[in-house]
Design a protein around this ligand. Structure first.
Ligand code: NAD
Length: 309
């Protein structure tokens, strides 16, 4: 979507961190913004922060796991500002630690918000966008941890890998409707994620196998790790600007942190290196092309290369 002025964005988890960074970037582009978040005090803080743009923002208290609340929130947004053109499914929580320590509550909490919240956002707004017939854009926030494993946060990574598959499929499905779909995979960013994840955990999913971190406390970390985090952590405003740019260009992938490129490449190469060594004949190659196409990926490669030239 090139022309974003006066268009309405609906951002979940918009009250802090990356979501708030998106709000700022979108408001700067002349858009109107619904800030949807489960934390009322964070919503109040965000509204106070953005008071200069108060005519163009609507805070909505929303738990992204609550499907009935999604319908009410969508109706409220449309009643206030008209149709939603850009949906950012960004709300998320983190669960930090190895899989063997996890409980079912850890899985249900994390998948419920990080995957279920995205599904609910898509299922609420996708039919409205299709019905309206004027296109639109959906951005789903995954993570660098949705592209590469090994950071020691397996439950979180599972939820974020799932968002990758959902988003890539959705991009093909919605292209005929003129609705762009982007996958946002930020690397480490300076946000409230550790504290907010503790604050929003519902009591009925309270049994955890982890000691939840409220803050990434540099004083308890080995010095080199603390320095590494400080060196690479992105500012939420910069994350917001990257997302805005990705929407304008209809990028399939919106990525940050090129310093992780070698690891992403290693994962792709590990996959290729693990394929069977047999040589499929022409008939099998033809059949494979009928079953699957590389269109989704080749288009994104072409877009990225065109920008380089
Ligand atoms: N901070 C990072 O380093 C980083 C890296 C990669 C991906 N991400 C992803 O970015 C997204 C935004 O997180 P952030 O880092 O800005 O953290 P944040 O805590 O600053 O923002 C997340 C927001 O989501 C809200 N939220 C949580 N559960 C919710 C629910 N059930 N319904 C509605 N809102 C809910 C929180 O209240 C919070 O305001 C998340 O999906 C996170 O997984 C963050």
């Amino acid at each position: 979507m090139q022309d974003l002025k006066d268009k309405l964005a609906f951002i979940t988890g918009g009250a802090s961190g990356i979501g708030l960074g998106m709000c700022r970037a979108f408001l700067g582009a002349g858009m109107k913004v619904v800030i949807a978040d489960i934390r009322k005090e964070a919503l109040n803080r965000a509204v106070a922060d953005l008071k200069d743009a108060s005519y163009n923002i609507l805070p909505i208290h929303l738990d992204v796991t609550d499907r009935a609340a999604w319908v009410r929130a969508a109706d409220q947004a449309e009643a206030a500002f008209g149709a939603v053109s850009v949906l950012c499914n960004n709300a998320g929580i983190t669960i930090d630690g190895p899989i063997p320590q996890g409980t079912y509550d850890d899985w249900d909490f994390c998948l419920g918000v990080n995957l279920g919240g995205v599904i609910n956002g898509v299922m609420t707004f996708m039919p409205r966008m299709i019905r309206r017939g004027e296109g639109g854009h959906i951005v789903n926030t995954s993570s660098m941890g949705g592209l590469i494993a090994g950071a020691g946060s397996g439950i979180y990574s599972t939820s974020k890998f799932a968002v990758v598959g959902l988003t890539e499929e959705l991009r093909s499905d919605l292209a005929p409707h003129g609705i762009g779909v982007s996958l946002f995979c930020p690397g480490p960013t300076q946000t409230e994620l550790f504290a907010s994840s503790v604050a929003v955990r519902p009591a009925n999913l309270g049994s955890t196998g982890y000691v939840p971190r409220t803050l990434p406390d540099p004083s308890t970390m080995p010095e080199d790790i603390a320095a590494a985090i400080y060196a690479i952590a992105l500012k939420p405003e910069d994350a917001g600007r990257r997302v805005l740019e990705g929407i304008r260009r209809n990028d399939m992938y919106i990525l940050t942190h090129p310093e992780f490129g070698d690891i992403v490449r290693a994962r792709c190469e590990a996959l290729l290196a693990s394929m069977s060594r047999e040589q499929p004949g022409p008939e099998r190659l033809r059949a494979a092309k009928l079953l699957l196409t590389d269109k989704l990926y080749s288009e994104q490669i072409a877009r990225a290369r065109a920008r380089e030239n």
